[in-house]
Design a protein around this ligand. Structure first.
Ligand SMILES: Nc1ncnc2c1ncn2[C@@H]1O[C@H](COP(=O)(O)OP(=O)(O)O)[C@@H](O)[C@H]1O
Ligand SMILES: [Mg+2]
Length: 254
């Protein structure tokens, strides 16, 4: 049975997509694991990052069709050795209206039930979520064994994290009591900025051991990853250093 891990925070631009994509890549390429990445954001950024293709190439072959048919298997797209993807494009924005107008059943459990027919084929399922506490994020949390809360060092993200963790607890109480909050990952840190340092420390004071020890800094190589992709990228190896440390911690925690 696959371990299902979501990356979330309702604040946009917190490195959810970048981190989930890199984690899926490292687990498949460096650990030899079978990984399914799931793009649950209608922006399709994870789809673009992993495939380096136009997201509209996947029209009507996305996670939204999988959700509607409760069949992940049919819509899996192979990215590279050991790494598959359920893609997303804009029309996933209609997921909530579909859910409330056409769906009869527990609205939080559609993704979990959709993934059931592929759970045995993977070691890990990695879910990237949109910047909102809406139905996609609730479905991701309800389907997960563990969640990573992304913290980007800004006041807005500081304001978001408490409510994100409350939402996780709410989902635990309602539909997924075994879901674990794996931890808070501090990301996009600029070590030269004193306000960044102060926010890193503030989060540590408040949440203590819930914080991952690894702190992700901003690097040019990772900033360019969406342009250059994972294949034939000479600066990738250097860029992944900290991510490898994080993946070690993550595996131990989940
Ligand atoms: N470690 C990093 N170093 C430099 N830039 C990064 C890093 N992680 C993410 N970024 C950049 O920050 C922006 C936001 O990241 P993204 O993964 O899209 O966040 P989210 O999915 O939370 O909106 C993107 O432009 C991305 O390329
Ligand atoms: Mg994103």
């Amino acid at each position: 049975m696959a371990k299902v891990i979501s990356f979330g925070i309702q604040k946009g631009g917190s490195s959810k997509t970048t981190t989930s994509g890199i984690v899926a890549y490292i687990l498949s390429q460096e650990y030899g694991k079978k990984v399914l990445a799931v793009d649950l954001d209608s922006q399709g950024n994870l789809t673009e990052l992993l495939t380096q293709q136009d997201i509209y190439n996947f029209h009507e072959k996305t996670v939204f069709e999988a959700l509607k048919e409760k069949d992940a298997h049919k819509y899996v797209h192979n990215v590279s050795e050991g790494l598959d993807l359920l893609t997303a494009e804009d029309h996933l924005a209609r997921f909530p209206s579909w859910l409330y107008e056409s769906y009869r059943g527990n609205r939080s459990l559609v993704l979990k039930e959709t993934l059931e027919n592929v759970q045995d084929e993977y070691d890990y399922i990695i879910i990237d979520t949109p910047p909102a506490l809406g139905d996609q994020t609730i479905n991701a949390l309800a389907a997960s064994d563990a969640v990573v809360a992304m913290f980007e060092a800004s006041k807005f993200c500081y304001s978001a994290i408490g409510r994100f963790l409350e939402t996780c607890i709410h989902v635990q109480e309602l539909v997924n009591k075994d879901m674990k909050i794996a931890g808070i990952l501090r990301s996009l840190i600029d070590a030269r900025r004193t306000d960044n340092k102060a926010l890193i420390e503030l989060i540590e004071e408040e949440y203590g051991e819930l914080c991952f020890e690894t702190i992700m800094t901003r690097t040019a190589a990772i900033g360019r990853l969406s342009i250059n992709g994972f294949q034939d990228n000479p600066e990738l190896n250097q860029g992944l250093k900290l991510y490898r440390e994080f993946v070690k911690e993550l595996i131990e925690r989940v």
